[in-house]
Design a protein around this ligand. Sequence first.
Ligand code: PLP
Length: 231
Amino acid sequence: MRKEDITENLNRVRARIVTSCAACGRDPDRVTLLAVSKTRPASDLRSAFDAGQRDFGENYLQEALEKQAELSDLDITWHFIGPLQSNKTRAVAEHFHWMHSVDRLKIAQRLSSQRPDSMPPLNLCLQVNIDDEDSKSGVLPEEVVALAEAVAELPNVCLRGLMAIPAPRESEEEQKQPFEALYALLDQLRERLPGQPLDTLSMGMSGDMEAAIASGATMVRIGTDIFGRRD
Ligand SMILES: *Cc1c(COP(=O)(O)O)cnc(C)c1O
């Protein structure tokens, strides 16, 4: 994609974040834009970086590692946001700053034990299957507290909050329902685990970003509206 188009798209998304925050009285500095760059070439990430973007989200491990090698001269904060098999945790522990899709204790345990001592703790979000869909990965809402309590005990990870990918809905009002449910779950965790930072709600994509921000998102994960449609 042309660099000018990526820059323009980024500026448009940033403006939407500012507008959404203004509409609900939030500080736009409290919403981090995560550029979701899966399937995009490293040159597109470099264009976005040149336009000021620093946080990038990747879904596919091998693809992400290749881009990281190509972009090693850039000071990027890397987020892993896709499903992860437990035999692939080591590369995430060694090459990422954040992991958003932890949905079982075994993954968190392996990430903690494989995180190099020379690196700061890996930031984790628990992925919640907020609509209780059979097809979706994520821990069920009623199992979140138990998982969070166990993850909070692990030494080399830092439990930052919750992530969800709700089922598509028609209106912004309907889109807010699962996001507000995730917000309430994070509130519950804060009460149970007062020693943890728990400052992150990773929710909102190109089609539901406004509803997510209105519901308290602190990290929005935007792919299509920055890099265009994926094939
Ligand atoms: C692809 C993806 C996104 C971005 O979705 P868009 O609709 O392209 O903005 C966000 N989060 C996750 C987990 C994704 O897999």
